[in-house]
Design a protein around this ligand. Structure first.
Ligand SMILES: N[C@@H](CCC(=O)N[C@@H](CS)C(=O)NCC(=O)O)C(=O)O
Length: 249
């Protein structure tokens, strides 16, 4: 069983989204993390070497760093195609965008927010305005990072673009705004949002369950969305674990 170390309102939300797109069983373990406003704290139960999220455990493997987790999951779990496999066309571009978020985009935009001057030849990323130009040029002419096919590159890069737009860390353009609307309008985003609110959650693909649970007029808009029910676990007053459904598809 996959276990995701997760903290609400953090980068691990993107991995929840990806797990929902992939429609594979997983559970989350909520951990405390240090927040930018000084709240929170490092959690001894978190196995991440820096006490951060996301961190994913699967079959004895431990993976951290969002891009690495995305690659690990999309290479191993391929019932729903979320990126080109090794040897397939587009693989190089896929890997590049998975690495670009934490290697280039985030450092550039965070440095600008913190008024840290860019130094060519020293910093391993480009200045923020150059990053903005690259994103604009790329997304103005296609629906998704890999062209017309949605992939985990859109979860990793797109999730960050969407966040940066909301945080006003990136200049809003019609292309970026339309792209963000396109990728956040997916059923898996709503499911991940519901799952992210739970203290612990297990999400189980269940072919029979969803039809029973699905509201009559709801339509699954994404070809990759498969029926799943999301179960929250919490404890009642006597300390017993209880379960309730928070979302279904
Ligand atoms: N490059 C890492 C960044 C992880 C990261 O910084 N996560 C934040 C939450 S959004 C965190 O855990 N912060 C707590 C801390 O810095 O101690 C990744 O993409 O996985």
């Amino acid at each position: 069983m996959i276990t995701l170390h997760h903290a609400p309102m953090s980068r691990s939300g993107g991995i929840l989204w990806l797990l929902e797109e992939l429609a594979i069983p997983y559970e989350t373990k909520i951990v405390n993390i240090r927040r930018a406003d000084g709240s929170g704290g490092r959690d001894a139960a978190n196995l991440h070497p820096h006490g951060k999220v996301p961190l994913l455990m699967d079959d004895g493997d431990t993976v951290f760093e969002s891009g690495a987790i995305a690659l690990y999951l999309t290479d191993k779990y391929r019932k729903v195609r979320m990126g080109p496999a090794p040897g397939e066309a587009g693989r190089g571009e896929y890997l590049s965008w998975l690495a670009y978020r934490t290697g280039v985009m985030e450092p550039a935009l965070i440095c600008r927010r913190l008024n840290i001057q860019h130094v060519y030849g020293m910093m391993g990323w480009g200045p923020a305005d150059e990053v903005e130009e690259v994103l604009e040029r790329h997304l103005a002419s296609r629906s998704y990072f890999l062209g017309e096919e949605f992939s985990a590159a859109d979860v990793i890069m797109g999730g960050a673009v969407n966040f940066m737009l909301m945080a006003k860390m990136i200049t809003e353009t019609p292309a970026l705004k339309a792209y963000a609307a396109r990728i956040t309008d997916r059923p898996a985003v709503a499911r991940a949002t519901a799952a992210g609110r739970c203290r612990t959650v297990s999400s189980m693909a269940s072919p029979a369950g969803p039809r029973r649970l699905r509201p009559p007029r709801e339509r699954w808009r994404s070809a990759s969305s498969r029926p799943t029910s999301i179960r929250c676990h919490s404890r009642n007053r006597r300390g017993r674990r209880t379960r309730s459904r928070t979302g279904s598809r």
